[in-house]
Design a protein around this ligand. Structure first.
Ligand code: DGY
Length: 432
């Protein structure tokens, strides 16, 4: 298993970063790279550092870290939306997109400071010698500032996603309602490349894609300026915000080690403010989990759908005991089935939900990054036996599915791409 996982990471390395998978995702993806670095640190600490450094060379001057950094050697038709759709270096110039590298203009969850801290800890001596954290710290701080300052669209102290690709859970049923208001782009105005590599039943639908294209076009046409963009999709997601808080704590450790020492307190305070806002705005005691908030809807805006994103705050330190207890009850209950005999891994979406589909991307399948984060959260809150069992289940599903992108939560059967980089990386991390 260790050999197989290492082999995947070696084959998917392109010289300065790692592709998630050669066919379906032939460029560098932001949150993928963070998870990949966490595994790569066991294989080559220098490569793990390089993975993150390469991503951050594409950071925009406004602090955003784009969700894709395009490899110019890959033909345009290999992936959609390609650089000629995003036009970052021209349309993104006002927001400070790099001139020499093509990127997308949206973002993904901020797992990077957490990853940088874990990479540092794998070999602090090499990290210090290379000034890894010293060089990365100001970039990580600017990235978090972009999210907290420009993306607090609800004014309540949380980060809002402006595209379903930003929380990383592209076709989650949580987006069905907010997306229903979006007029899809005409099907003949774009050509999907993902279906050349993945089975249609495992992927988002054409209607989803029409809406993804419409929203990205609107943002691009506003030259990616958050103050001017219509942002007709604006959702506060517990996953993004929980990862930001975990990363903000990591940033405090990074500042103490390699930044201005006084900055550590500021990061801890920001983490505390974000945690209070997360509890106030997204916790639903009746549901026993966190929900998403649709900022463009009338009414309270809480979306009555259970996504695994609503369990991810388990990685946030210092949650009140009653919230942790309720989250564990929900995770182990009939909606997510953690630890039950007929559920291999925690699904991305409610097993009892009307929209549940065991095959289709983020509408049910179990993903390895989500389960890795939950394993970490269980350990943080002292649930060692549950964490051990989940670790064993993750490794077994990763092995039997040929390191699949995602699996059927009941059978563990692989779906989507195989030899998927973050599956290999996170398996390697759990093995080490
Ligand atoms: C895709 O292309 O499927 C990604 O999830 C969007 O970044």
């Amino acid at each position: 298993m260790r050999r197989t996982a290492r082999g995947v990471l070696l084959r998917n390395w392109t010289g300065a970063s790692t592709v998630p998978s050669h066919g379906l995702y032939p460029h560098q993806w932001s949150w993928d790279s963070a998870f990949i670095a966490i595994g790569l640190r066991h294989l080559s600490v220098l490569r793990a550092q390089r993975e993150l450094e390469t991503l951050f060379t594409a950071q925009w001057e406004d602090g955003r870290v784009p969700h894709i950094v395009f490899n110019p050697a890959v033909p345009l038709g290999a992936y959609f939306p390609s650089p000629d759709f995003w036009r970052s270096s021209s349309a993104g110039a006002a927001a400070g997109a790099p001139a020499a590298t093509e990127t997308s203009g949206i973002v993904q969850p901020p797992v990077h400071a957490l990853a940088a801290w874990l990479v540092h800890r794998a070999d602090p001596e090499t990290s210090r010698r290379r000034g890894f954290l010293r060089r990365l710290y100001p970039r990580l701080a600017a990235w978090h500032r972009y999210l907290t300052d420009r993306r607090d669209l609800g004014g309540g102290g949380l980060v809002a996603a402006v595209h379903p690709w930003e929380p990383g859970m592209d076709n989650s049923p949580c987006w069905d309602r907010p997306l229903a208001r979006i007029e899809p782009a005409a099907p003949d105005t774009f050509r999907r490349a993902d279906l050349d590599h993945g089975a249609a039943e495992d992927r988002p639908t054409d209607l989803d894609y029409g809406r993804y294209v419409r929203l990205a076009t609107e943002y691009r046409d506003a030259r990616y300026r958050d103050a001017e963009a219509p942002h007709s999709f604006a959702v506060e997601d517990p996953g993004i915000n929980a990862l930001l808080i975990a990363s903000e704590h990591a940033l405090a450790s990074i500042a103490a080690e390699a930044g201005p020492p006084a900055a550590a307190d500021g990061h801890r305070e920001r983490a505390a403010r974000l945690t209070a806002a997360l509890l106030e705005r997204l916790w639903d005691a009746e549901a026993g989990q966190f929900l998403c908030r649709d900022l463009r809807s009338a009414g309270s805006g809480l979306v009555p759908e259970r996504s695994a994103a609503g369990l991810l705050p388990l990685i946030v330190p210092g949650l009140p005991d009653d919230v942790v207890t309720a989250l564990l009850r929900t995770a182990t209950g009939r909606h997510f089935g953690l630890g039950s005999a007929d559920v291999r891994l925690v699904p991305s979406y409610d097993l009892c939900g009307e929209a549940f589909n065991a095959k289709r991307y983020w509408r049910g399948p179990a993903w390895f990054n989500v389960n890795w984060l939950l394993e970490r959260g269980l350990r943080q809150y002292g649930r060692e036996a549950r964490a051990d069992a989940l670790r064993t289940a993750i490794l077994s599903a990763a092995d039997s599915s040929s390191l699949a992108e995602y699996v059927d939560p009941h059978t563990g059967r692989g779906r989507g791409a195989r030899d998927f980089s973050w599956t290999a990386a996170l398996a390697l991390d759990l093995l080490t």
